[in-house]
Ligand binder design. Sequence first.
Ligand SMILES: Nc1ncnc2c1ncn2[C@@H]1O[C@H](COP(=O)(O)OP(=O)(O)OP(=O)(O)O)[C@@H](O)[C@H]1O
Ligand SMILES: [Mg+2]
Length: 321
Amino acid sequence: MKTLPSVSLIAQSESMRSVLARLDTVAASDSSVLLIGETGVGKELIAEFIHRASPRQPRPFVKVGLSALPPELLESELFGHERGAYTSAATDKKGLFELASTGSIFLDDIDDFPLALQAKLLRVLESREIMHVGGTHPIPIDVRLITATKIDLKTLVERGIFRSDLYYRINVVPMVIPPLRDRREDIPPLVDHFLKRYIADRDIRVSQDAMQSMLTYSWPGNVRELRNVMQRMVLFANGEIRKADLPPEIREDNPLAAVVKECARCMGEENMTFDQVVACLEVNLIRQALKQFDGNRTQTAKHLGLSLSTLRDKLKKYDIQ
Ligand SMILES: Nc1ncnc2c1ncn2[C@@H]1O[C@H](COP(=O)(O)OP(=O)(O)OP(=O)(O)O)[C@@H](O)[C@H]1O
Ligand SMILES: [Mg+2]
């Protein structure tokens, strides 16, 4: 574990330890960092860590959730505006880049950054100056840039929705944060960490079979999902968290085992045709994946390696709700 005031980062696995080993060097440099990883793997925590471990530490750290900002407000939020630039702009307003000046700015979900504004962002990064919307004077800024993406930006560049020059500008130091299912050694120390955080005065242990289930579960929501599960369970736990206390999707030994169990039931009949066997397998695979992703069709399709339209067709064909 690596701790700075206000940031504790658990890293037991080989892959996270190698991320951690690079962090101090990365923090000390002033280079732009691109954090790449699925939802909930800890990108924001690592961005904060980089700022806190850097010489810019006493100065501002500004986080910007790009997907939460409406595109029409983005430019003035980031770069500020002058009074009268819009009908609603009654006063001058500083942008987030100005507020971060001399510190660091963290642009989360950079993959959502609108193409129309990308040239402007690149210009700001290259010239180290911003211009308010409706303004005429450039304002010098000095910020360290940290960005995060859930998807491989190269594919967006290939599809023409992310500028390659901007991609090279933000991708000076790429850091890949692996999903939790690929670094299961981190699960026990993370469980301990969240137990300590959420129980102030009680002594709660996790039973061995509950830990075993947590170790085999796939954690599609990564560390955030683990954190939320721990937070919920300590509320009701009395002395020990048992396997029976875990949410059903985690208790299920493994998703494939659940599918096999279901199929064994429907394939009990003899003389099933080839098509009936395939249908049974498909139905159970889809049901299980839908359950795992809380009914989210986009994530289910991705997990099964199907296009969204193929999944829709199958849901209709088999009448799956
Ligand atoms: N290695 C870790 N040690 C301790 N806590 C962690 C670790 N990784 C993640 N967390 C915690 O898990 C939660 C989710 O992490 P974070 O918000 O950084 O994920 P993210 O990758 O930014 O997710 P998203 O892509 O959805 O924005 C936070 O509460 C964070 O503190
Ligand atoms: Mg985040």
